[in-house]
Design a protein around this ligand. Structure first.
Ligand SMILES: CC(C)(COP(=O)(O)OP(=O)(O)OC[C@H]1O[C@@H](n2cnc3c(N)ncnc32)[C@H](O)[C@@H]1OP(=O)(O)O)[C@@H](O)C(=O)NCCC(=O)NCCS
Length: 139
């Protein structure tokens, strides 16, 4: 079944919260409270086939001029390496450009090597002042 991507809605929080710890393989749900979907659903995306296949939660920073930020992006294990996260990031990047952003930032844990490799493939670099912020939070 093809995977379709649509804008997120606040009600998507329940489905995301249900799978997030299993998809990450460790407890990370506390870092994605409901407020993110309540306030940033319009700039977040949901991917679905017969169920939730992936998601991206991000926003265009109200405080940092020209910066858009991805807080969480995840893909269901059986859908990984199919280009789905690249599609989710592509959609967000297009929206960011339209919103006037010039820089994309994301956060991931220093031990999450798969995520770091993924972001590198997308052109991110690590470091506080570069395009990807690798933070101490384990996600
Ligand atoms: C990281 C994650 C989102 C990647 O999703 P994905 O849909 O498998 O990624 P894609 O298929 O779009 O891959 C895009 C590119 O990254 C590469 N890539 C993806 N995962 C990779 C990994 N673990 N190691 C090395 N490269 C990887 C792919 O090979 C691909 O490269 P290419 O297009 O140049 O050939 C997914 O593995 C995931 O959900 N992990 C658990 C949650 C997580 O850590 N999220 C990120 C932090 S918020």
């Amino acid at each position: 079944m093809p995977v379709a991507i649509r804008p997120a809605e606040p009600a998507d929080f329940a489905a995301v919260a249900t799978v997030i710890d299993a998809w990450w393989g460790r407890p990370v749900a506390a870092a994605l409270p409901r407020l993110f979907l309540d306030h940033f659903h319009a700039t977040s995306s949901i991917a679905e086939d017969h169920e939730l296949a992936g998601f991206l939660v991000g926003f265009h920073s109200p405080g940092l001029d020209g910066v858009s930020y991805v807080h969480f992006a995840g893909v269901r294990p059986d859908q990984r390496r199919t280009g789905l996260a690249r599609r989710l990031y592509g959609r967000f990047t297009d929206q960011a450009r339209e919103a006037g952003s010039r820089e994309l930032r994301a956060i991931t844990g220093p031990s999450n090597t798969g995520s770091i490799r993924f972001h590198e493939r997308l052109g991110f670099t690590s470091g506080g002042r570069s395009r990807t912020t690798t933070g101490p939070a384990s996600r």
